[in-house]
Ligand binder design. Structure first.
Ligand SMILES: N[C@@H](CCC(=O)N[C@@H](CS)C(=O)NCC(=O)O)C(=O)O
Length: 212
């Protein structure tokens, strides 16, 4: 199985399926493609017609969307354990994950993931509204585990958000901060972050704010 991913310092999409695989100790080969590479589109077209990352290749199958990749890993490699076992909890976890997949446009625009940086940005009221919404969700995290107990797809989807909050020094309620810290100190995220800090390329479009 091969996962094609972009720059670790910046690529929130790449991070999510990578975390799910690593957190569950599933073997895979990683192919790294820089978003600054010359001929990027041609290179990406070798992996999928979407010319986007992440892409998962598994026994001739090509999956080119983050959520679809995570669903596939959960179904084929984790016997469904990427989601909570209880159907009602699963429906909530899926709502939260889908919302992350398609929403939070203000956070996405104003607080790009930039793992190695510590920055200050002006927080608009639209961004603050999204932060407050997420804070409320995170504060419900179970004490002895992740959002729904075991580490699952939803937690991988929220990890880039926790990283953004860390970079831009976003203040959270104490319970939400406990969950954010759990995500950032998970061994899989630690491994990703260490690799991200060793990268030297800069993507100007994702460099927001001023150093603190
Ligand atoms: N909705 C897609 C988004 C993927 C995406 O936008 N990936 C970016 C990297 S983070 C990319 O491959 N960009 C390359 C390009 O647009 O040329 C997913 O969920 O996988």
């Amino acid at each position: 199985m091969k996962l094609i991913i972009a720059n670790k310092n910046y690529s929130t999409w790449s991070l999510r399926p990578w975390l799910l695989l690593k957190a569950h100790h599933i073997e895979f080969d990683e192919i790294n493609v820089s978003l600054r590479e010359d001929g990027l589109r041609q290179r990406l077209l070798q992996y999928s017609e979407s010319a986007k990352m992440p892409v998962l290749h598994d026994e001739g199958l090509v999956i080119w969307d983050t959520l679809a990749i995570c669903e596939y890993i959960s179904e084929v490699y984790l016997a469904g354990k990427g989601w909570p076992i209880d159907a009602k909890q699963r429906a909530i976890a899926r709502s939260i994950t889908a919302e992350m997949h398609s929403g939070y446009g203000n956070i996405r625009n104003d607080l790009p993931m930039n793992i190695r940086a510590k920055r200050k940005v002006d927080i608009s009221k639209e961004v603050q509204r999204e932060i407050d919404y997420i804070d409320n969700l995170w504060a419900k995290c179970q004490q002895d585990g992740y959002l729904f107990g075991d580490y699952g797809i939803v937690d991988g989807f929220f990890t880039p958000v926790a990283s953004r909050f860390n970079t831009y020094g976003i203040k959270l309620s104490s319970n939400a901060q406990i969950y954010a810290d759990k995500l950032l100190t998970h061994p899989a995220m630690q491994e990703w972050s260490q690799a991200a800090r060793l990268e030297t390329e800069t993507l100007p479009v994702d460099e927001a704010g001023v150093d603190v």
